[in-house]
Design a binder for this molecule. Structure first.
Ligand code: UDX
Length: 464
């Protein structure tokens, strides 16, 4: 099929590359000439497993990049809108990019087209797109607007796209639904998974991919409600972790016990320094605004956000407790990305914590396997960047773990300890078994577990 994807951001670019992988002819459009130029030159703008391979295999062939939206629309039968919907000051999603793209699509229609909203948008946006298209020369019967939310996660975006838990198509038109079903046919009939060159399946993949057909409004709500529910799960376990700290329980044991209940499940129950990223914080405030608008005061979501903010403060208090005073101390920071496996620092709790530490006069040496270039652009020049985790630990009064990168969970502790001024680790992601760490002479503080002191006298090299 001939497909246009408007917006070369995270969702748009990954979706476009994956549609090409499914055998479609794809045109990816963006209004940033710089972005399009880089993609045409073969660059991969985001850190995402399998994406460079897909861009290399299909780029310039069945996957093309352009700034010319009208031409792309004329050449395609299905047009996905995957532009950004950033939050306004009120918390509502700013839909101006969606609107201007819809307007331009309407003015470029030739023959029947299906316009698919893929951006995360408030309920009823489908109707608004239809209205705006009708007001801009979009003749009745020349197009349908349907909703097909995307659930991919950063870091595993390509796998999530090709092995989805579900594909949701929200539509009030049989004709449009049939066309979109054709787009996803290789996933829903399982033929993609039989290909020898298919990207390998993750554990517990649902094959073939389940298809959920709903109304447009339900599809829009499925996306917001899913993200809000996942954020709620994280805040719930973070709140439980706080109770664990006061009663001397171990949140890792609690979450294991809870997660084994098949009605609860183990995923998204990892306590930490709170959720971040380009979706959860934004989608939660947008969903709250949607609820408010509809006359429902969704205070539960307010609490989810409050617990999330509080989690960063709790972590800072923990570090303060470990170091007594922060001013003038030297702290090594492991992790700046909002989660492991990505270079994205948008709404990263790690960045917020680093900024708070800087305000308190702490000297910072940071390391992140992928996000340092981006972090350098937002953090003040006083922050030093190290070439690896060990270099970040040199002469520090404490080492803090802020992102769940796998390499931070496998540090050579024997090598690490003599590098540090004080052997103090404050782990915001619970990457270590506390008792194993204390064997190496570390003081270890984590989330929702008792603080641990070294099993043998720490070899502190210098006394403050
Ligand atoms: C999320 C949704 O998972 C995805 O379905 C949607 O399409 C986009 O938003 P993403 O933002 O890529 O995906 O990251 P995700 O893996 O969901 O993590 C979000 C945040 O929650 C991260 O900061 C992560 O560290 C944190 N998190 C996640 C926890 O603190 N604990 C957990 O158990 C899981």
């Amino acid at each position: 099929m001939r497909i246009t994807v408007v917006g070369c951001g995270y969702v748009g670019l990954v979706a476009a590359a994956c549609y090409a992988e499914l055998g479609h002819e794809v045109i990816c459009v963006d209004n940033s000439a710089e972005k399009i130029g880089a993609l045409q030159a073969g660059e991969t703008p985001i850190h995402e497993e399998f994406l460079p391979e897909l861009l290399k295999d299909y780029g310039g062939k069945t996957l093309r990049f352009t700034t010319a939206l009208s031409e792309a629309v004329r050449a395609s039968s299905v047009i996905f809108i995957a532009v950004g919907t950033p939050p306004c000051a009120s918390g509502e999603a700013d839909l101006s990019s969606v609107e201007s793209v819809a307007r331009e699509i309407a003015q470029s229609l030739t023959g029947y087209k299906v316009v698919v909203e893929k951006s995360t948008v408030p309920v009823s946006t489908n109707d608004a797109i239809r209205r705006v298209m009708s007001l801009n020369k979009g003749a009745r019967g020349a197009f349908d607007v349907i909703s097909n939310p995307e659930f991919l996660r950063e870091g595993t975006a390509v796998i999530d796209f090709l092995y989805p838990d579900r594909i949701v198509i929200g539509s009030d038109s049989e004709r449009a639904t049939a066309l979109l079903q054709q787009v996803y046919c290789p996933l829903t009939d399982g033929s993609y998974y039989k290909r020898k060159d298919a990207i390998p399946a993750p554990d517990h993949a649902r094959i073939p991919a389940p298809l959920v057909l709903t109304s447009a409004a339900s599809a829009e709500l499925i996306k917001h409600a899913s993200n809000a529910f996942l954020a709620m799960k994280i805040s719930f376990i973070n709140a439980v972790a706080s109770i664990c700290e006061t009663v001397g329980a171990d949140v890792e044991e609690v979450r294991t016990g809870m997660g084994l209940d098949s009605r609860i499940g183990p995923r998204f129950l990892h306590p930490g320094i709170g959720y971040g990223g380009s979706c959860f914080p934004k989608d939660l405030s947008a969903f709250r605004a949607v609820a408010r608008e509809s006359g429902y005061d969704f205070r539960l979501l307010e609490e989810v956000t409050r617990i999330n903010e509080e989690q960063k403060q709790r972590f800072l208090r923990k570090l303060r407790k470990a170091l007594w005073t922060l001013k003038g101390k030297h702290v090594g920071v492991l992790g700046l990305a909002f989660k492991g496996g990505t270079d994205d620092i948008r709404e990263s709790p790690a960045i917020g914590i680093v900024e708070s530490l800087l305000q308190e006069g702490v000297e910072i040496t940071a390391y992140d396997p992928a996000a340092m270039d981006r972090a350098e652009q937002v953090l003040p020049p006083t922050v030093k960047f190290a070439c690896d985790a060990y270099a970040a630990a040199e002469e520090v009064d404490a080492l803090v773990i802020l992102t769940d990168w796998e390499e931070f969970a496998n540090l050579d502790l024997r090598r690490l300890r003599p590098l540090m001024h004080y052997p103090i680790i404050v782990d915001g992601r619970n990457l270590y078994d506390p008792s194993a760490l204390t064997k190496y002479g570390f003081f270890y503080m984590s989330v929702g577990r008792p603080d641990m002191i070294p099993q043998r006298a720490p070899n502190v090299r210098r006394v403050a």
